[in-house]
Design a protein around this ligand. Structure first.
Ligand SMILES: Cc1ncc(COP(=O)(O)O)c(C=O)c1O
Length: 334
């Protein structure tokens, strides 16, 4: 099959770009130094490539992802890097299962669900999950009293990821990791799980980095000084021409928009609606403005990997104009 034959909008991955990104990361963080986060790509075929490169432990964000990874035979060391109040399906998995906990309630849910190992999730500055650093030791004691093994701590410094300036990003990562180090001293255990694509080479505390987006990249991460290449886009057909603008058939239902508008080479994106992106040729584009014609295909570069991928049923791997494989996004849903 050729790229031109795909029904649009379609999620397309440049096979060479993906392999480049996987190889660069595997060199920087070999083996268990990286615990890839599968929530970014929700695809066991892609996770299998990461495992083949030596990363055999994974992070998941949902129980469904944990189940899918175990069923795919990728359950050597799965971390639900997220809180759950219903761990019953996790206790039954044929996999090594560790769950993040940040409260007496999540500890109770893990124990009641038959989970045996936990990490104490610590809030390191992102107003999301995680206990206060000073609560980590008492929570670890409570988990141990409940019969759970506490493997260590987790603390995701997501507030540092979008900071474009490297020195500033490093500062924020370091401040976050001071909080995690204090918690770790009180909790103990071998594991300090933290980090993401934006801090993969700045976080010096973590024993393992939880990066996910690095494999495909998006325009938000492309603004940073990272060695990974944008390797995926939404392939879209120009449907209509207005007076001074063009419309293609991607839109809110095929693009994660929380990090802003997508990009189109040689064009300015005006706005996205349910089934459409409205754009015009950019007179200041380095290669000159795009002059779209009806029926022409364009690459729409998403601003955020995770929600974009979650909208699609498959990703199509391409080598130039040839579609060389098609992988199901099989970890979707809950
Ligand atoms: C708990 C957790 N760890 C790590 C990450 C890093 O992911 P990425 O590398 O895609 O930024 C995320 C992203 O949101 C996350 O929620």
């Amino acid at each position: 099959m050729k790229l031109a034959d795909l029904v649009t909008p379609a999620l397309v991955v440049d096979a060479a770009g993906l392999e480049h990104n996987l190889a660069v990361m595997a060199k920087a963080l070999p083996g268990t130094r990286l615990r890839p986060h599968v929530k970014a790509t929700k695809c066991t075929a892609l996770a299998r490539r990461q495992a083949a490169l030596g990363h055999r432990g994974f992070c998941c964000a949902t129980v469904r992802e944990m189940e899918g990874m175990a069923a795919a035979g990728l359950g050597e060391d799965l971390l639900l890097a997220n809180e759950t109040l219903d761990a019953r399906r996790l206790g039954r998995l044929d996999a090594r299962v560790t769950v993040a906990v940040d409260s007496p309630e999540t500890i109770e849910a893990a124990a009641a669900g038959g989970v045996r190992e936990v990490l104490i999730d610590v809030n390191v500055g992102l107003p999301r999950c995680g206990c206060a650093p000073e609560a980590a030791g008492p929570l670890a004691d409570r988990a141990r009293r409940r019969g759970l093994t506490v493997r260590g701590v987790m603390g995701y410094e997501g507030h540092a990821m979008p900071i474009a300036e490297r020195a500033k990003r490093r500062e924020v990562v370091e401040a976050a990791m001071e909080r995690l180090a204090a918690a770790h001293a009180a909790v103990g255990g071998e594991v300090v799980s933290a980090g993401g694509t934006g801090s993969f080479d700045l976080n010096t505390l973590a024993s393992e980095i939880q990066a996910g987006s690095y494999s495909l990249m998006d325009t938000a991460y492309a603004r940073l000084d990272l060695p990974f290449r944008p390797a995926f886009w939404v392939w879209s057909t120009v449907l209509s021409l207005g007076s001074g603008w063009a419309v293609c058939d991607a839109g809110l239902k095929s693009l994660g928009m929380d990090h802003g508008n997508p990009a189109i080479d040689g064009a300015r994106v005006w706005f996205c609606s349910d089934e459409h992106v409205t754009f015009s040729g950019d007179p200041e584009a380095p290669g000159g403005p795009l002059r779209p014609r009806i029926g022409e295909r364009v690459r729409v570069w998403p601003a955020h990997v995770d929600p974009t991928v979650a909208y699609h049923e498959r990703l199509h791997l391409v080598d130039g104009e040839a579609v060389v494989d098609s992988w199901p996004i099989d970890l979707r849903g809950w």
